[in-house]
Design a protein around this ligand. Structure first.
Ligand code: SF4
Ligand code: FES
Length: 332
């Protein structure tokens, strides 16, 4: 075991744990944001630099600080290590720079983007970015590529996090897409125009932190904060069959995997992977296809959790209390 202190909070974690995973065990504001790391995808992380932290003490054996900021999702902890995240002005300044770089080529089309309200980049830029932009240059653009009838690729929005490539490598029976070219010209593509069409490919949509990969069966049907997320399940031969339904009235507008506090697909209670198959995601769009468990709690600090219908009960209580107070004031 190794004892690590992050922003003044100390925890013991197994050797080999990364700084980000140790911080997640503590929880709260001290957890570094992550745009490319995804705990259930092997070799993810190390691409975006949003998780930069400062190691002020390397370990009990060698207490020297690390000379540069380190990538928290890849750096493993050492016994006695001391780390600063939000308590370091240097880290906050560096993160602001990273956000600026991520937004350099990202279109500011949140008002028309289907990912708005559940976009990690939107949250990151509100939390760690600057108010204005200094960019004067034309943003990078790509021709639209058709990658199939279920998934929409909007390459201009891609931040090259590689998560979708890891899904294709680790979940899909064959990988038909990847990153082509390098640097300015790097893009997600299928190389020869080919549809991405296999039972697990829809999970690429769930891991994409921005609106580069979206569900064609849901696009422009509703803003996500107007829908009601429900936990539901069905017997499925292929996947765990455990999903979140995004409904409006009786209509199931979208089916996704269940995401937890770090916006990653949660494993099931018995430890099975929470990835869902394309049949559950795209074909089961009737409420009668599902056993409804109840309203889904949204942990994210996203707009979806604002005035969420899950709190309607609370709202009613508040309203009746306000009414009571109003009546009392009137009688006096
Ligand atoms: S398409 Fe999305 S998931 Fe894939 S690399 Fe781009 S941002 Fe990441
Ligand atoms: S989350 Fe660590 S580098 Fe992207």
């Amino acid at each position: 075991m190794a004892r690590v202190t992050i922003d003044g909070h100390t925890i013991e974690v197994p050797d080999g744990t990364t700084i980000v995973e140790a911080a997640r065990k503590i929880g709260g504001d001290i957890v570094p944001p992550t745009m490319c790391y995804y705990s259930t995808l092997k070799t993810s992380g190390g691409y975006c630099r949003t998780c930069l932290v400062k190691v002020t003490k390397g370990s009990d054996k060698d207490p020297r600080p690390m000379p540069k900021l380190v990538v928290g999702c890849r750096q493993t902890v050492m016994d006695g290590m001391e780390v600063q995240n939000i308590t370091s002005p240097e880290v906050l300044e560096a993160r602001e720079g990273v956000v600026e770089f991520l937004l350099l080529n990202h279109p500011l089309d949140c008002p028309v983007c289907d990912q708005a309200g559940e976009c990690d980049l939107q949250d990151l830029s509100y939390g760690h970015g600057d108010e204005g932009t200094r960019t004067e240059f034309r943003r990078r653009t790509f021709p639209m590529r058709n990658i199939g009838d279920k998934i929409k690729l909007h390459m201009n929005r891609c931040i090259m996090c590689y998560r979708c490539v890891k899904v294709a490598e680790q979940l899909c029976p064959e990988r038909v897409h990847g990153v082509l070219n390098r640097g300015w010209d790097a893009e997600i593509s299928t190389y020869i125009e080919k549809a991405i069409d296999n039972e697990w490919s829809g999970n690429m949509i769930d891991v994409c932190p921005v609106g580069a990969l979206t569900d064609k069966t849901f696009r422009f049907k509703s803003r996500v904060w107007f829908t009601k997320p429900l936990d539901a399940h069905r017997d499925c031969d292929v996947c765990c069959g455990r999903v979140a339904l995004w409904v409006s009235g009786d209509a199931v507008l979208r089916v996704t995997g269940r995401k937890g506090v770090y916006h990653e697909i949660e494993n099931t209670e018995d430890g099975k992977p929470g990835w869902i198959c394309n049949t559950c995601r795209f074909e089961k769009k009737n409420l009668s296809d599902w056993v409804i468990e109840g309203p889904r709690h949204i942990d994210r600090h996203s707009v979806i959790s604002q005035n969420h219908y899950e709190q309607l009960k609370q709202l009613k209580q508040d309203l009746s209390r306000q009414k009571l107070i109003g009546e009392k004031a009137h009688n006096n």
